[in-house]
Design a protein. Structure first.
Length: 134
């Protein structure tokens, strides 16, 4: 529920950012959990020919857990502030469930989805970008 509330709070900012990028004719990837399908779907109608949306998720909990353990971004609270081994599977389960919810919501609105499992983000982002262009 917390993420749904946050997404609603950021909705206008996201719309303004997209409008700005379109005015400036910029290509940009907004990768953020605040881009909830049910909020962005209605807005995509006015940007349909210029803005592409794809919901990214992971379906392999073991891979998610391993990623949490090895990923060390200074702004990522889950990876920087977790010290107990038994917490990692709980975080992985949450991320998995959140991803499944995003996937389900995206499919409800006929938006594209992409399973990032078994891929490194850097390798996969090119596949995602190519898929969105075609």
């Amino acid at each position: 529920q917390h993420y749904r509330i946050k997404a609603q709070q950021y909705r206008q900012w996201i719309k303004n950012m997209i409008d700005y990028l379109l005015i400036e004719d910029e290509t940009y990837v907004l990768e953020w959990f605040h881009l909830r399908p049910e909020l962005i779907a209605s807005d995509l109608i006015r940007w349909w020919d210029k803005v592409k949306y794809m919901a990214l998720y992971k379906s392999n909990i073991d891979e998610i857990e391993q990623g949490i353990k090895t990923h060390k971004h200074p702004n990522d609270r889950a990876t920087q502030k977790t010290y107990k081994e038994e917490t990692y599977p709980k975080i992985a389960s949450f991320i998995y469930e959140f991803g499944q919810m995003i996937k389900k919501d995206a499919m409800k609105y006929w938006l594209q989805t992409f399973d990032m499992s078994q891929w490194k983000f850097a390798d996969n982002i090119q596949t995602v970008a190519t898929t969105m262009i075609h």
